[in-house]
Design a protein around this ligand. Structure first.
Ligand code: G3P
Ligand code: CA
Length: 251
């Protein structure tokens, strides 16, 4: 039997992808919390001076009025810019404080980007920060439950070594043709297939459940994809349209 999909065991968990729109902004995260999502997704990268910030791309260009790589920028420089129309960059520190201040249980899916660029620096900084907030251990009394995600098995292995109590999601965008799903390098508690991978391999969720794992699917934005992930029994739905998904689930 698969593990229960939510605290109440009633339907899939709903996560706001990058907080939703504008992505990785405090306004988006607050709106998602107010809408009633179960959890929030964010991507983290390190600045040149070692701060964990919430941003998807390697470069600043798409989501800010700045240019150039994130990894060569200092936090003070990023705070001079606008991201999604808001002043300054969202730090993981601020996101954790916001989640802890929400006044209700929340899940936080934190995806580490480009784990090989900095050695294990990102994972070490992340675990150290979670430890400071008391979020790196399994403690049902803590209202914010953190799960770490990555496309890189290496990053997940590092996180498990540093903080064995933190659950992990192994993200899969593409299952190469001819590779049987049973041979995926899958050491995490949760499988995270993209909805395209699920369309191509509808047995992915069954595979995860048969191994006692859950499955969180991203990025589910249409009626058609929502229907697919519900039929396949996804335990978590990561979406850019949290209000649409919540309404479709009758919540
Ligand atoms: O939730 C997983 C998903 O966010 C992975 O893709 O590119 O949006 O980080 P990406
Ligand atoms: Ca992500």
């Amino acid at each position: 039997m698969p593990p229960a999909s939510s605290d109440e065991g009633a339907g899939p968990l709903v996560f706001a992808h990058r907080g939703s729109l504008p992505e990785h902004t405090l306004d988006a995260y607050r709106e998602a919390i107010d809408a009633g999502v179960d959890g929030l997704e964010c991507d983290v990268r390190l600045t040149r001076d070692g701060h964990l910030i919430c941003i998807h791309d390697r470069r600043l260009d798409r989501t800010s009025n700045g240019r150039g790589p994130v990894s060569t920028s200092r936090l003070a420089d990023l705070n001079e810019l606008e991201f999604g129309g808001a002043p300054g960059i969202l730090t993981l520190d601020t996101l954790l404080t916001t989640a802890l201040d929400a006044g209700r249980p929340l899940r936080l899916l934190i995806e580490t980007k480009h784990p090989t660029r900095h050695g294990a620096k990102v994972e070490r900084a992340l675990v150290a920060m979670l430890e400071r907030y008391g979020l790196a251990k399994a403690d049902p009394a803590v209202p914010v439950q953190v799960t770490v995600m990555s496309f890189a098995a290496l990053a997940l292995r590092r996180v498990r070594a540093l903080a064995p109590a933190l659950p992990t999601v192994y993200l899969v965008e593409y299952v190469p043709p001819g590779v049987r799903t049973a041979r995926l390098p899958f050491g995490a508690e949760i499988l995270g297939p993209g909805v395209g991978a699920l369309r191509a391999h509808p047995d992915l969720i069954r595979y995860a459940h048969a191994r006692g794992r859950q499955a969180y699917v991203w990025t589910v934005n249409s009626d058609e994809d929502l229907d697919l992930v519900r039929r396949m029994g996804a335990d978590g739905i990561i979406t850019d349209r949290p209000k649409f998904v919540l309404a479709a689930l009758g919540r």
